[in-house]
Every structure is written in structure tokens, then in C-alpha cells.
Design a protein around this ligand. Structure first.
Ligand code: LLP
Length: 384
């Protein structure tokens, strides 16, 4: 079933371009998380979507926050998120200071030098900082290279070879309270065997750290669960995700994860209008009123997003088109050789699965302006 069809008449009245968020889908997704997570804690990764309405919804459902900058930290604090963890390879002093003052659950440290800096800042504040070490487990997430983070050559985390040195430093740092270990190997991971491999490696690292008399209270497995971009009406398989973790993990600590995309990806749609239709060598190009300025994923990673003609959603898709944005870059292209119903200027094209890394990665390139944002809840478009 195409969920968006139920709202077709209302959506066709909206101005374009617009990000449209279906809070019924978000609710169903979070309910699925809550039903299946059992004792595992979930911190939502703000970078996937930090739209305030979405964040409030997620907060009210009881999830924690994973933040990576002072902006995200401020937002999490302002919105009253009860549990916060913070990562990032380039934390600023101001950001670290704020995290310590607010005694967040864990500052996930990503380098040897950062251990010293966090200790120094905590010392100046005369407070203890709760810290975890982000360890690079060197497990291949089998995803796009641009969103791979857990291999030894990546800039994120501390490599296993430096773990002894990091633990030594933590032991000597009076103002640090060691709370645990953090891992995050990449994004848009669709194979459960990747999570299995991660957990098996994590068990070994956990053992290694515990043997050195460090009490790992919090074991953070990061985010990364992928969504099905070819089937935007589907909700990620949280059941098998959490089951895989539970089945293979051999630790006695509190376990947590920090998904982003899997929480918000499918609830968002970018709604656009066809501005022009033009002919090139043997095929027709549709130019729409949104582009890489609003959703950069196709241009940046050649990512696939399903495109549908909402105006003619009941008609058969039997005409071949390329779909381009209006931006002055050849990479501003959403799709090539896709089948759509016969499409004309003024038709509404919808780009699905745009809830994660859409609005947050938006830019003002070409000064075309920001898209509008709309929400639906309980099958109704909400007035803003
Ligand atoms: N935790 C950490 C430390 C992260 O760096 C990330 C994402 C997450 C959690 C959430 O990962 P997720 O569950 O969303 O996969 N812009 C790219 C994705 C970049 C992900 C960056 N880190 C995209 O559009 O595909």
C-alpha cells in the first residue's frame, strides 16, 4: 500500500518545494523500536533530522539524544532530552565545557589528544566528565564508501593499537569518569551479518578492557541500521536488528544504540513540482523545483530515492524520464531513465524516503530558498 495516497488531495494543495513529514509513520516506526528494544537504550542521532517538531515527537516517545556539535547539544538540552551522549572528531572547547556542566551521560572521546583536553577542561571546571572511548573496531559495514566510518583508515575513533595508551591516560586523568565504550562503523547497513560481525568484535574489545580493570557500564553500538529506499512504505526491521544484537552480545553492561536514518528516513517526503520538460538526445528531461540544495544525497552519493508522480499516482508508469533539479551543477540529478506516468509541467513529483539527511544537509546554494515544511498526524495535515 502506498501510504501517501491517503493524503493525496491535501498534499496536492501544498506549496512546493516542501518537506512533508508523516508523523503517523514516525509514530509507527518508534513504536516498533520501543516494542523490540527491550532493555537496550536508544539514543536518536540528531544529525539525521533535527527539525524541532520531529525532535519533540521523539523526545515524547522517551528516546535519548545523540549529538555531535554545540548546536545539537543546545537543542537537546533546550528540548529537555533526559539522556544525551555526544560524539564527534572535532569537538570545540565550548561544546565540551557545556557537556561537562550538564553532566551528560557520555562524552565519546575520539582521540588520544581529546582525552587530555577533556580532562583539562573538566579540571578547570572542577567537575568530573563522564567519558567513553570510541574505538574503531575495523569492521567493514559493506555500505557506500562515503558513509563508512569504522575502518582503520577512517578519521573516526581510536584504533585498537592505541587502546592501551588511551586507557593509561584515562587512568591517570583525575577528572574523567570512565563510563564505557562506543562504536559506530557506518550508515545504511542492510545486512544483519554486519551487525553480527560488529558485536563479535565488540565482545573481544570489551573483554580486553574489562581485563584491565575498567568497568564498562555503557556499551554503545552506534547507529547504522539502513532503510529500504526502494520500498518507502516499509519500516526497518527493528525486530531482527535488536535480536541480532541480543543473540551475539556477550557483555553484562547496559547496551545502547544510536540510530538516525532508521528512525526518521521513511516519514519524510520531498514534494516538488515540474517546472519544465525538455528533450535531449532521444529522451525527455523533467526539471523540478527542488534540487541538491534541498536533498543532496543523490548528487553526493548517487543515492537512490523513489520518485513518484503524485498528480497521476493511479496511472501506469510507462514513460521514460530523467529527473533533474534546477541547480547549476550537472550532478544535480535525482534519477535517470525512470518510468513515470505521462508527466507535464505543474505535476507534483514526490521524492520518497527523504526524512533522514535531507533537511539537515540542506544548503542555500543558488539562493533558491528553503523548502516549506508540513506535517500530518492522525491522517490530517497539521496547520502550522
Ligand atoms: N552515531 C554516530 C557517531 C554517527 O556518526 C552517525 C551517523 C549515527 C550515529 C547515525 O547513523 P545512522 O543510524 O543514521 O546510519 N549523510 C549520510 C549519512 C551519514 C551518517 C553519519 N553518521 C547519508 O545521507 O547517507
Amino acid at each position: 500500500m502506498n501510504r501517501i495516497v491517503r493524503l493525496k488531495e491535501d498534499l496536492l494543495k501544498l506549496p512546493t518545494p516542501s518537506f512533508f513529514y508523516d508523523l503517523d509513520v514516525l509514530e509507527e516506526t518508534i513504536d516498533e523500536i520501543v516494542t523490540n528494544k527491550q532493555e537496550i537504550d536508544v539514543f536518536y542521532s540528531f544529525k539525521a533530522n533535527s527539525n524541532v517538531e520531529i525532535l519533540k515527537f521523539i523526545r515524547d516517545k522517551g528516546l535519548g539524544a545523540e549529538v555531535v556539535s554545540i548546536g545539537e547539544l543546545n537543542l537537546a538540552l533546550d528540548l529537555g532530552f533526559k539522556k544525551i551522549v555526544m560524539s564527534g572528531v572535532g569537538k570545540t572547547d565550548e561544546q565540551i565545557e557545556k557537556a561537562i556542566i550538564h553532566n551528560i551521560d557520555s562524552i565519546n572521546i575520539e582521540s588520544i589528544q581529546e582525552i587530555q583536553v577533556v580532562n583539562e577542561i573538566a579540571k578547570n571546571l572542577r567537575r568530573k566528565a563522564k567519558v567513553s572511548l570510541r574505538i574503531n573496531p575495523n569492521v567493514d559495514p559493506l555500505t557506500h564508501k562515503a558513509i563508512t566510518t569504522g575502518l582503520s583508515e577512517n578519521k573516526f575513533g581510536i584504533n585498537f593499537e592505541h587502546l592501551d595508551k588511551a586507557l593509561d591516560l584515562i587512568r591517570k586523568s583525575e577528572y574523567l569518569e570512565f563510563v564505557g565504550l562506543h562504536f559506530h562503523i557506518g550508515s545504511q547497513i542492510t545486512s544483519m551479518s554486519v551487525f553480527k560481525n560488529l558485536v563479535i568484535r565488540v565482545n573481544e574489545i570489551y573483554e580486553y578492557v574489562m581485563e584491565r580493570n575498567f568497568d564498562v557500564k555503557l556499551l554503545n553500538l552506534g547507529g547504522g541500521l539502513g532503510i529500504d529506499y526502494h520500498n518507502p512504505d516499509s519500516i526497518p526491521n527493528f525486530k531482527s536488528y535488536f535480536e541480532t544484537i541480543r543473540k551475539f552480545v556477550k557483555v553484562h553492561s547496559k547496551i545502547c544504540v544510536e540510530p538516525g536514518r532508521a528512525v526518521v528516513g521513511q516519514c519524510g517526503t520531498l514534494i516538488s513540482k515540474v517546472l519544465f520538460k525538455k528533450e535531449t538526445v532521444g529522451k525527455e528531461i523533467l526539471i523540478i523545483d527542488t534540487g541538491m540544495n534541498h536533498l543532496i544525497r543523490p548528487a553526493l552519493y548517487e543515492a537512490f530515492h523513489l520518485i513518484q508522480n503524485l498528480s497521476k499516482i493511479e496511472e501506469k508508469s510507462e514513460f521514460l524520464y530523467d529527473v533533474h533539479g534546477p541547480i547549476c551543477e550537472s550532478t544535480d540529478c535525482f534519477a535517470k531513465n525512470i518510468l513515470l506516468p505521462f508527466t507535464e509541467r505543474g505535476d507534483y513529483l514526490i521524492i520518497r524516503s527523504a526524512g533522514a539527511y535531507g533537511e539537515t544537509m540542506m544548503s542555500d546554494y543558488n539562493l533558491r530558498g528553503k523548502p516549506y515544511t508540513f506535517f500530518a498526524y492522525k491522517n490530517k495535515i497539521l496547520e502550522k
